[in-house]
Design a protein. Structure first.
Length: 127
């Protein structure tokens, strides 16, 4: 039974990690037009109990250069008419969101399968 319990813990941690990843992706998409915004990224780390669980590591700001936007009428524009945009690439963010969603769904299927197996095992033990 402990194997089924650890399977549930691993898949639940995967769902939490993918949910957190999706949160960063949505923040990046929401701030794509925010001047000076740097894309947020986070890597996964091994969970504290060492049973194969994962968690989101510290948040890092993408240090790639921000886009320079020419708009002399913008109040943020300098004397040359340019201001700093963001470094968010919407195509990359949509791809990350899709990957996080599919990984979440795979963990959900694994969680559901382990739950069904433990339910069936308990039914067999009751007989």
């Amino acid at each position: 039974m402990s194997d089924l319990t650890s399977t549930l813990a691993v898949s639940a941690s995967g769902m939490r990690a993918q949910s957190g990843r999706l949160r960063f992706v949505t923040e990046n998409i929401a701030n794509a037009d925010t001047p000076g915004y740097h894309r947020k990224t986070a890597a996964f780390e091994t969970g504290p109990n060492g049973e194969g669980t994962v968690q989101i590591g510290p948040v890092h700001l993408d240090q790639s250069p921000v886009s320079r936007i020419f708009d002399p009428g913008n109040p943020l524009a300098g004397t040359d008419g340019y201001y700093d945009g963001s470094n968010v690439d919407l195509i990359l963010e949509v791809a990350d969101a899709r990957e996080a969603q599919r990984s979440y769904e795979a963990n959900l299927r694994m969680f559901d399968q382990a739950r069904q197996m433990s339910r069936d095992l308990l039914q067999l033990l009751r007989r």
